[in-house]
Design a protein around this ligand. Structure first.
Ligand SMILES: [Zn+2]
Length: 860
């Protein structure tokens, strides 16, 4: 049980920890959120969905390409790297708060590296917007040989944990790694300034305690995880993504850089500095708890460090009366639910899979972003930022003191986590009362299969993507030397095998397992509750109970591209994002492609171009056979050309459409009212920020004219409203509960858009379609069982909008409206945060179909 809420200021329990249901912010806002700076109001700050924030059109240049960095182990410390200094930017949003702007960080770090022998800084990558990401290592000097020795121990802890556990001298020789991550949300600034302050203290201190600390630890600081957002004063990075939702997908370069820090440094403890929650919120969290952690180990250390940080923060002496600062709070202890560690999309919920046995979100107290940033006087903002910096610095100091005190135990616990994984031990049920207040409501378990087998039975390219993603996450993958049988199935040689006897099995499982429907156990969740690379990424993934096969470890998936030898036209089934990229490349080259039954048909004359894209993207062409027109050697079907999209869509959808190689122009109600030239558009995509009824008469007339020649694809409530108002397809959209989300079982029913889709889809604020007119084809429907496989989906208070109501209902429909426009309506969410990779081809097929049939009618 938790402490009675009376111990918390009433303000806090209602305001900060219990999320509003349905979410104040859904993936599908009715009104377009126009400004780049969003005011998140007083809702729980993690409770944001990146999907609904539009992003300005930004083009990446070669110079902005990612430069991933890794910690090298062949040089000692300090390293005294001269960091390049960016040009001064007087518009940096940090300046108003009296905080360090991004261009001020490199000079500070260059100076600190010169002021002693404890500080080393490096550039570990670049943000989406092309800004340098800085990693600082603070430790006592090491020779190159000593650094190699540290790396050998780290490697042994991970890869030979049983031996490491027996080595009594190991902890004495090993510097415990600590990771401090700052400013992952760009408009939660002060973690950066606190990190710089603490680094300076450590660099210059004469205190023997500090010398001892640095002899026994390595302290890693990611100075600002989100420089784009810091400079612009927004939560997201330059691509409009919430980086603290991206860890299972790693779509953004900033997240890939953080992931690499955690793999290379293997921290025993990490903290992630956020704002703003008053009093300071310090994890561990409420239930539900992620089921793939070694939670007995984790909660003991995390709670201890949480208490230590709380004491340090409260010890600063700030008060409600004098400063407006409430005492710190620990959700695990102080709240029943609403601040959970269920999805590993957050940094501290991802770090434990790489060995962090204590990991925390810390929310510093005084709000300086949103409306406060624009409306509060500068002096007040700076007063708040100064306090916030003190609080963040106190949390950092408490954490390294904790690691210093508990040094040997934290290392032993990290070894134990990897040891259980390597040994394939069954999951442990955490004993009740392991820490005060740990009750039955805190117990979450999963099961581990003996192995996962990954095959290309649906798409070789999809299997390769998943394998490469697992390897990038430091999950071990092997490739079967010969065909083998498991659980009554035969798998071909070359199938990939994830042996679950491995140190990071928790990470493998949390990505590959189906997950769980936790609707019955929890009233409300903080963010998404379902994800699954196994079900949503388009590869064939089976958990098996036995493993009898020789598998060779792989460093990358094998090449997958192929073109059949037999002469004649070729077909490319659009079954994976790589197929979409290849097809868009061919179209960009002007190849004469036709579209028939969900596949692209490439004439025999274009075989050299097909061979080139097969190699470039790893896609497999097949003989076109009956799809081709044998007499002329040309292809049947409708002519296809590059699809030019006007998109009123969320940031993640824009990113995904562009990533697939489509030409996308963002539009909105305002953009259309300002006068929009439709002549360069083939398909309009509507999911956010466009209301047909809010268009001016002139804009509506122009759009109506487009609808006689162009196609329309919609998603969600905004899309469904557009369909109704514009009089497109005869269909009534029914809304499921607004906060329902997760992986759903679906049935694809024949149309060329649904055909070839995975048996699962993803929903957030799900919708379904009833009252279908004769012109409407059901492409996909929610399964009669479930339909939720994993996630959280309850009925509304009136009993409607739940899973039961959605059973068997149409989830994706298509049709030609009376004007001739080809229209597809999605009630699912196939591009959510760039995660469900296996669903992207469904959107692409909708685009190709809509553009080919509508365009063909006009082009004659
Ligand atoms: Zn935050």
């Amino acid at each position: 049980m938790r402490l009675p809420p009376a111990l918390l200021p009433a303000l806090l329990t209602g305001l900060l920890v219990i999320p509003l249901v349905p979410h104040a912010v859904s993936a599908d806002p009715v009104a377009p959120p126009a400004p780049a700076v969003r005011d998140f109001g007083n809702g729980p700050e993690r409770n944001e969905v990146a999907a609904d924030v539009p992003v300005r059109a930004e083009t990446r240049t070669a110079a902005q390409a990612e430069q991933p960095g890794a910690l090298s182990h062949d040089r000692g410390y300090p390293r005294r790297t001269r960091l390049p200094v960016p040009p001064e930017n007087p518009a940096d949003a940090s300046i108003k708060l009296g905080l360090v702007p991004h261009h001020g960080i490199a000079p500070r770090l260059n100076d600190l590296q010169q002021r002693g022998d404890r500080v080393s800084a490096q550039v570990i990558g670049r943000s989406y917007g092309g800004r340098d990401l800085y990693l600082v290592t603070v430790t006592a000097p090491e020779s190159a040989a000593e650094t190699r020795e540290q790396e050998r121990i780290r490697d042994r802890i991970e890869n030979d944990p049983a031996a490491a556990a027996r080595d009594r001298k190991l902890a004495r020789r090993y510097k415990a790694p600590v990771f401090v991550n700052a400013n992952i949300h760009g408009n939660e600034w002060e973690g950066t300034d606190a990190a710089l302050r603490v680094i300076e203290e450590l660099a210059t201190s004469k205190d023997p305690e500090v010398a001892d600390l640095l002899a026994r630890t390595r302290l890693y600081f990611n100075i600002t995880a989100n420089p784009d957002g810091r400079v612009s004063g927004v939560r997201q990075n330059g691509a409009g993504f919430d980086l603290n939702r991206d860890f299972v997908t790693a779509s953004q370069p900033e997240v890939r850089a953080m992931r690499q820090i955690m793999i290379d440094a293997q921290p025993v403890t990490m903290i992630d500095l956020h704002g703003y929650v008053n009093g300071t919120l310090i994890e561990p969290t409420t239930p539900p708890h992620g089921a793939n952690y070694e939670y007995d180990v984790f909660i003991q250390n995390a709670y201890a460090n949480g208490l230590g940080m709380e004491a340090a923060v409260n010890g600063l002496g700030y008060t409600v009366e004098k400063d407006g600062v409430y005492p710190a709070q620990i959700p695990f202890r102080d709240s029943a639910e609403g601040w959970d560690d269920w999805p590993p999309i957050f940094t501290p919920q991802y770090a434990p899979f790489h060995g962090a046995v204590a990991a925390h979100t810390v929310e510093i107290p005084l709000r300086v972003n949103g409306s406060d940033y624009t409306q509060q006087p500068v002096e007040e903002l700076r007063r708040r930022s100064a306090i916030n910096t003190d609080v963040a610095a106190a949390a950092i100091r408490a954490t390294y003191a904790f690691v210093h005190d508990r040094h040997d135990r934290l290392i032993a616990d990290q070894i134990e986590v990897f040891r259980r994984g390597s040994a394939g031990e069954p999951p442990k049920t955490v004993p009740l009362g392991i820490v005060p207040g740990f009750g039955p409501e805190d117990v979450y378990n999963t099961t581990f299969p003996r192995a996962y087998v990954i095959t290309g039975r649906r798409s070789q390219a999809a299997a390769a993507r998943l394998v490469d993603h697992l390897i990038a996450n430091d999950v071990r993958v092997g490739r079967a030397r010969h065909a083998f049988r498991a659980d009554g199935r035969t798998y071909p040689a070359g199938s990939y095998v994830v042996d679950m006897r491995q140190p990071k099995r928790g990470l493998a499982n949390v990505m590959l397992e189906a997950g769980a429907d936790i609707s019955p156990r929890v009233d409300a969740m903080y963010d998404i509750s379902g994800w699954s690379h196994g079900l949503l990424w388009g590869a064939g993934v089976d958990g098996v109970t036995s493993l009898r096969v020789r598998a060779d470890p792989v460093k990358a998936a094998a090449p997958t591209g192929s073109v059949p030898r037999a002469p004649g036209a070729l077909a490319l089934k659009v079954a994976d994002a790589k197929d979409v990229l290849a097809l868009n490349d061919l179209l960009a080259q002007g190849t004469a492609v036709t579209w028939a039954d969900g596949a692209a048909i490439v004439p025999a004359s274009a075989r050299p171009a097909a061979r080139a894209v097969a190699e470039r993207y790893g896609v497999a062409f097949t003989p076109a056979g009956p799809l081709a027109n044998p007499s002329a050697g040309t292809a049947a079907g409708a002519p296809l050309s590059q699809v030019r999209i006007a998109a009123a869509a969320s940031a993640d959808e824009l990113f995904t459409l562009r990533e697939l190689g489509f030409a996308v122009t963002p539009v909105s109600t305002a953009a259309l009212n300002a006068g929009y030239d439709w002549s360069g558009t083939d398909v309009l995509f509507v999911s956010s920020g466009l209301s047909y009824t809010a268009l001016s008469p002139a804009a509506r007339a122009a759009l109506d004219a487009f609808l006689t020649t162009g196609g329309v694809i919609t998603r969600g409530g905004t899309g469904a409203a557009f369909n109704a108002a514009a009089g497109l397809l005869t269909a009534t959209a029914v809304a499921g509960r607004g906060d329902a989300n997760g992986v759903v079982r679906v049935l694809s029913t024949g149309g060329q858009i649904g055909n070839g889709s995975p048996d699962h889809s993803f929903v957030y604020s799900p919708r379904w379609f009833t009252g279908l007119g004769p012109e409407v084809t059901v492409e996909q429907s929610y399964a009669a069982e479930g339909p939720l496989v994993s996630g959280h989906w309850r009925p509304d208070a009136d009993g409607a909008g739940g899973q039961d109501a959605a059973r068997g209902q149409a989830a994706v429909v298509s049709g030609r409206d009376e004007r001739g426009a080809a229209v597809v309506l999605f009630g699912t969410e196939p591009m959510f945060r760039n995660h469900p990779k296996g669903l992207f081809p469904q959107v692409a097929r909708a685009l190709y179909w809509a553009s080919s049939v509508t365009g063909a009618a006009v082009k004659g």
